[in-house]
Design a protein around this ligand. Structure first.
Ligand code: SIN
Length: 510
């Protein structure tokens, strides 16, 4: 096995990871290890923008806190939310110093937009709907200028490295061929591997966002929590044969309408805020409506926007739809919800400390409890940036990984892997989670889903190490944690469980 040493190891190359790298570089050498290019993570695709307590007065902060708590359906940790929002101004100043090209009006003032459940416009955006990409690119450019920064790609996290006292001393990765291990010793290890929404049949996330960080941390003995809390985004393009594609909530924030096949804005039947009701409410409304009227279809309409406005304000989305033959300026887009964001995960405090000494987690992989049961739109980029900065305060920057006791490198790693056909295994897993842990859940379906997932887990045998099989094993472990968590607390918040599914019994297929 190859071995390397570094002061700080960051695993995962999204906004949280790159922000952590930037914060750590003044204190030592930093190695960022990623599964793939910038486009392999969710940050790259973030369209809506960055939520900030815009104005930055105590009243602006309080409004942002209250909106976050309300959207979170009573399950946010209020102190954590106050810390998140309280750091907003520092985050904004940091991004300005990186020259992120946030959109401005002709007088030079920054443009802000609204999204669902925000009481005021407070979301800054860049390139119209390319905020994630532009923030990530600016961070990546900045850190690449430092001689203390190194980047390794195409490596899959395999296990957490611990010493005999249980202190985390780095991590082990699987190489590109999937059977060669690379061991990295580090003074501190920060996981920023993202969430697991692509474990669901329909997802807005890139395919590699399948919960690997949670699986590996769980095997190392880290506390994982709130895995039932998944957010489903309501307005996701639904064109047969095409991958789901996010139609940003900022569109609704700027007036886009959700209509049924008869052109009626039915969301007011479900919530007085209609299109701007909290995201979980809108997703459930779409789900219920499509079960009541399965043949009608549901659409997002921007056809009332002034000529040229859609292309100018949402250039990326407009272009993508046009390539699929859909002109958003003239034609309503067919939509259906899809899994979007993991709110639970590796339990941490507001400095990214996990329950294992030496191991930190930030961004979507972590559960800081700031999002409660339903994340307020565009608070995810804020969380990624805030935690990427705050994690440095928890790390003993004087300790550089020297003098650790002999590492028990692979002690926590089972070489047991699922022995089912890999492609069939993934297809089954995604369908099971969609059917049993989707937008609306019933306990009999959750139990059935868990039974089926456990059957696949029971196929695990000690076979030669293989990256694809290992990844499926991670997916099955995370799926079982999601379903077990629903059974643990079936009535909590967005963990939405009903006695019986209303309407059509038709199976949802992609
Ligand atoms: C969106 O642009 O609708 C998604 C933003 C978010 O996930 O908060």
């Amino acid at each position: 096995m190859k071995k390397e040493s570094v002061d700080f190891l960051v695993v995962g190359g999204g906004i949280a990871g790159y922000q952590a790298v930037l914060s750590l570089l003044p204190h030592g050498s930093v190695l960022l290890v990623s599964r793939g290019p910038l486009s392999s993570g969710s940050s790259y695709y973030a369209q809506g923008g960055l939520a900030l307590p815009w104005g930055f007065t105590p009243e602006d902060r309080e409004r942002h806190v209250q909106d976050t708590l309300r959207a979170g359906a009573g399950l946010c940790d209020e102190a954590s939310v106050r810390t998140l929002v309280g750091d907003g101004e520092k985050v904004w100043e940091g991004l300005l110093s990186l020259d992120v090209p946030f959109d401005q009006a002709s007088d030079g003032s920054f443009l802000t937009t609204r999204e669902a459940a925000h009481s005021v416009p407070r979301i800054v955006h860049a390139g119209g709907d390319r905020t994630g990409f532009l923030i990530l690119s600016a961070l990546a450019k900045k850190v690449s200028e430092s001689p203390s920064f190194r980047f390794l790609s195409n490596l899959q996290l395999h296990s957490i490295r611990k010493d005999r006292k249980g202190v985390v001393t780095g991590a082990v990765f699987l190489g590109e061929t999937g059977d060669e291990l690379l061991e990295i010793e580090a003074g501190a290890t920060i996981l920023s591997t993202g969430g697991g929404s692509s474990l669901f049949l329909r997802s807005t996330n890139p395919r590699l966002q399948r919960g690997d960080g949670v699986a590996v941390a769980a095997r190392a003995g880290c506390e994982i929590e709130r895995m039932a809390y998944y957010q489903f985004h309501p307005t996701v393009l639904d064109i047969p044969g095409q991958a789901p594609f996010l139609l940003t909530e900022a569109m609704r924030g700027e007036g886009a309408r959700v209509i049924n096949g008869k052109g009626r804005r039915f969301l007011y039947d479900y919530h007085p805020d209609g299109e701007l009701a909290p995201r979980d409410v809108v997703s459930r409304a779409l789900w219920l409506e499509s079960r009541k009227f399965p043949d009608e279809g549901i659409f997002l309409s921007l056809t009332h926007f002034p000529e040229g406005r859609v292309a100018q304000r949402f250039p990326q989305v407009f272009r993508h739809c046009l390539e699929l033959g859909l002109d958003l300026q003239t034609t309503p887009a067919p939509i259906r919800p899809a899994a979007h964001f993991q709110m639970g995960g590796i339990r941490t405090d507001m400095n990214g400390r996990t329950t294992l000494p030496g191991l930190f987690a930030i961004g979507e992989v972590a559960s800081t409890r700031v999002h409660g049961a339903n994340r307020l739109a565009s608070n995810s980029l804020l969380e990624a940036l805030v935690m990427g900065r705050r994690v440095v305060d928890a790390i003993d920057v004087g300790y550089h990984g020297e003098g650790t006791e002999e590492a028990d490198t692979l002690g926590n790693v089972p070489f047991f892997m699922p022995c089912v056909d890999i492609e069939e295994g993934w297809a089954r897993l995604r369908q099971i989670l969609w059917d049993s842990a989707g937008i609306v859940r019933t306990l009999p379906l959750v139990r059935k889903g868990l039974h089926e997932i456990r059957e696949m887990i029971a196929s695990e045998r000690p076979v030669p190490l293989d990256g694809a099989r290992f990844a499926l094993g991670n997916g099955l472990l995370v799926a079982s944690m999601i379903l077990e968590d629903i059974l643990r607390a079936p009535v909590a918040g967005a963990n939405y469980v009903v006695d019986e599914l209303p309407g059509s019994t038709g199976k949802d297929k992609d």
